[in-house]
Write a protein that binds this ligand. Sequence first.
Ligand code: CP
Length: 310
Amino acid sequence: HRHLLGIAGLQPHEIGFLLDEAEQWVAMNRATQKHDNRLNGLTLINAFFENSTRTLLSFEIAGKRLGADVVNMHAAQSSVKKGETLIDTAMTLNAMRADMIVIRHASSGAVQLIADKVDCPVLNAGDGRHEHPTQALLDALTIRRRKGQIAGLVIAICGDVLHSRVARSNILALTALGADVRVVAPPTLIPPDLDRMHVARFTDMDAGLDGADVVMMLRLQTERMAGGFVPSLREYHAFWGLTPERLARARPDALVMHPGPMNRGVEIASSVADDPARSAITEQVEMGVAVRMACLDVLTRRARGMEGWA
Ligand code: CP
């Protein structure tokens, strides 16, 4: 693979390979000296057309810890605001001889469009409702480290699945790795193409959490509901919020996850999000840096005269 545009198209052993590669970076990132020089001389451009805290910063840190020169382009401060097209912006980044481009964009498919035009590997940092592959990889790594393996686990992905690229990438990755994935959501927030994804569907939160090993909550994405039905936040919390009482339906050792940013008191109660025994939310962020280091390393191997990864 030249690019990382989605989990779709990756074989289970390729997903496992990226997770294995990330382990060395988890170890290095926990040391005092966090530097490797394998990407010396290469330029990473992070082009973010949508806001981000975790993904942007972790790609920046990942690139720097591997020795790359890292430049961030925030669309809000760029010539995108003067009407420049997506393709013209992409060709501009390409002309500056980027060696890796990381892109986040509000439109599904926008990252593929750019990948088809530029000369270097492109990594999808989230495109519309489509995919967020490095999020799924960091979630899989978090689960694998906490639970020992992914195959056979009951994983409940809960909430606003309709608008979630995180849910789509996670469904693809976790089913590929052998998990028993459930989607737990109100009927209005289930994507129409879910039937093709080999997951069980629950429209009752308590039933969906019953016996789960992992409870993955999703942010209610009201910003993507313009013109449509927007639920009352209080009502949403009452029916779909993860509270300690609801979590009691899952297994006693169930792991609680959330990709962030969280709407505290909406999809998740603070007491659950902050429970050190149950919540893996900050560990997910830590794994994000390691997974992104692995992806940058692996995707630039050909350019560095090494054998490609797949
Ligand atoms: N999980 C995630 O993608 O977070 P950011 O939007 O802050 O990057």
